[in-house]
Design a protein around this ligand. Structure first.
Ligand SMILES: [Fe+2]
Length: 216
């Protein structure tokens, strides 16, 4: 695992919560999720409490505009994969984004360094879990995901993975994660050697404000 320098890009608070997609559906979901996080005594419990809200969001049609389901030519992930910010908390402790993966494209093997929930809104994906080792990346298992399927991330368990679209149509997954995922320094892993490299995916539609943390 790499040591990261001071994380300026993900620690500076924003002036306010940022609703890039400011709609009643997103506001309601975020309020529900934050309410459950406040009640929970652990990330695992928070995920359990958020499950029904997340399932409802994935099952609801029409709330995600086409603009947030578009691939991105200039992509931190490569392959035209678009990472569109929908919401992030002012303290950068929670974010909601869509990940758009064109047919046939795969993300690099990566981690998230945060707990949360990830689920399919549209299309189909295969998810592959890996274990990095000095001998390279070991494929632990693979699972298919379809619309409405979702999973809980509780690092370090199952945090190193990749997803690829298996459907003829672009896949869109929704991520609720307990950091500002596009802005944190995390890792991608070399396919052949398993070597971890620092990685910041960014967002297509939002900046990563940098600067020292504000403590008062
Ligand atoms: Fe991921």
């Amino acid at each position: 695992m790499c040591d990261f320098p001071h994380e300026e890009h993900a620690s500076r608070p924003l002036p306010a919560d940022e609703y890039v997609l400011d709609t009643p559906v997103v506001r309601r979901f975020v309020a529900d999720a934050r309410g459950q996080i406040a009640r929970a005594e652990s990330p695992s419990q928070a995920c359990d409490l958020i499950r029904p809200h997340f399932a409802g969001l994935l099952g609801e049609r029409g709330w995600l505009p086409a603009a947030y389901q578009e691939p991105a030519a200039k992509s931190g992930m490569g392959g035209g994969i678009g990472q569109w910010l929908l919401y992030r908390a002012a303290d950068r402790s929670l974010c909601l984004f869509s990940l758009v993966v064109p047919p046939g494209a795969k993300t690099p093997v990566h981690d998230h360094l945060a707990w949360g929930l990830v689920g399919l809104y549209r299309g189909n994906q295969d998810e592959e879990f890996y274990r990095p080792s000095p001998r390279g990346l070991e494929l632990l298992r693979r699972r298919p995901l379809g619309p409405g399927d979702f999973y809980v991330l509780l690092p370090p368990r199952d945090d190193v993975h990749r997803v690829g679209t298996t459907s003829q149509e672009t896949s869109v997954s929704i991520h609720l994660l307990a950091n500002d995922t596009g802005c944190v320094l995390r890792h991608i892993y070399d396919d052949r050697t398993g070597e971890a490299r620092p990685f910041r995916s960014g967002y297509v539609n939002a900046e990563c404000p940098s600067g020292p943390p504000v403590t008062s």
